[in-house]
Design a protein around this ligand. Structure first.
Ligand SMILES: [Zn+2]
Ligand SMILES: [Zn+2]
Length: 348
């Protein structure tokens, strides 16, 4: 089968790799029909060369059709159209039963593509703990929406939900990339007075503004000063950090009001990331940070998609055949061409 394979710094190739297989009695083999490139794929792409990763397939966001299942799989069979959770657990423990797969103690690498787990940017993928890791694509949910349910829509929603947004409260979302766009869109579900969107890319801010957010261009103004100015010096009671780097985490703490809640869902790839606890101690704040459990969000997000209350698929600015995957990576990485998110079709 073909896959998008990591070959080093800014090098992704379309290559032939060994066919995926059903991974054990509780797993399923899924032939992919669409997959996406995630901002966290770029950490590996543009970061220092990761020798251990060379030759391995990329990606963790895909949908497809079940080809076969192991004998222990109860809820799925060949032919089912499914989306695959980017985060998989063991499917058996208390955390997995509570749909909190990110907290499963029985799996070390839990994001697809981690050592021991197949990656998503391939023609097929073996998915362990299928009953817990898959969701049949519900009627009324489009394929593009289903791809977003694998990771970034639940991630943005976790951010908004975790920020404890109260009706009438002021919200700031730091980072208006794909996850930030999801956080902004779902923040409005909670009835905030206003939502500030902070980013450095004008076209991303324009998209946030279309949703009703107030754009703050961090390439032109000091974003912390700008938000404090517009909130009478108080800042925002609800802040979502949706990017991950040290600089945006710092902005997120800076715009947070005293007594506020900061919900960080941006994947931090910086091993030196620090938070000055002395500086934030006086704010008496709540800080939530961690990996998403997509399964937990599905029961809440699916009805909203079916009722037409969310239109997250607007973030797909680029739809390319898999053969152009390497170009998709470079466009996304260099933020060319108004890119927000790239969708790939394994058929091409
Ligand atoms: Zn992702
Ligand atoms: Zn588990």
């Amino acid at each position: 089968m073909r896959a998008l394979v990591y070959r080093g710094h800014r090098r992704i190739e379309v290559e032939r790799v060994p066919d995926a297989e059903t991974p054990g009695p509780d797993g399923a083999l899924v032939r992919t029909t669409r997959f996406a490139i995630c901002g966290s794929d770029l950490h590996g792409y543009h970061g220092p060369v990761n020798e251990e990763r060379i030759g391995r397939a990329m990606g963790h966001e895909c949908i497809g059709e079940v080809v076969s299942v192991g004998p222990e799989v109860r809820r799925f069979r060949a032919g089912d159209r499914v989306l695959v959770s980017a985060v998989v657990g063991c499917g058996r423990c208390e955390a997995c039963a509570a749909l909190l797969t990110a907290r499963c103690p029985n799996r070390e690498g839990r994001v697809l593509g981690a050592p021991g787990l197949d990656a998503a940017q391939a023609e097929a993928i073996g998915v362990p703990a299928a009953d817990s890791s898959l969701l049949r694509i519900p009627e009324g949910v489009s394929d593009e929406q289903a791809v977003l349910l694998t990771d970034i829509l639940p991630t943005g929603y976790k951010g908004a939900r975790g920020a404890g947004i109260q009706p009438g409260g002021a919200v700031a979302v730091v980072g208006a990339g794909p996850v930030g766009q999801m956080a902004i869109e779902t923040a409005f579900l909670f009835g905030p007075s206003r939502v500030f969107a902070i980013d450095q890319a004008a076209y991303r801010l324009a998209e946030a503004e279309r949703l009703g957010a107030i754009p703050i261009d961090a390439s032109e103004v000091d974003p912390v000063e700008a938000v404090l100015d517009q909130t009478g010096g108080r800042g925002c009671a609800h802040v979502v950090e949706a990017a991950g780097p040290q600089a945006t985490v710092r902005i997120a703490f800076g715009v947070l009001a005293h007594g506020g809640t900061l919900s960080q869902v941006g994947a931090t790839a910086d091993p030196e990331m620090t938070v000055n606890l002395m500086a934030v101690f006086g704010k008496d704040l709540t800080y939530r940070v961690g990996l998403v459990s997509p399964q937990f969000a599905w029961p809440e997000l699916v009805p909203l998609l079916r009722e037409g209350k969310l239109h997250p698929e607007r973030v797909f600015t680029h739809r390319l055949p898999m053969s152009e995957g390497p170009r998709g990576y470079s466009v996304f990485d260099e933020r060319r061409d108004g890119v927000i998110k790239v969708l790939l079709d394994p058929a091409g």
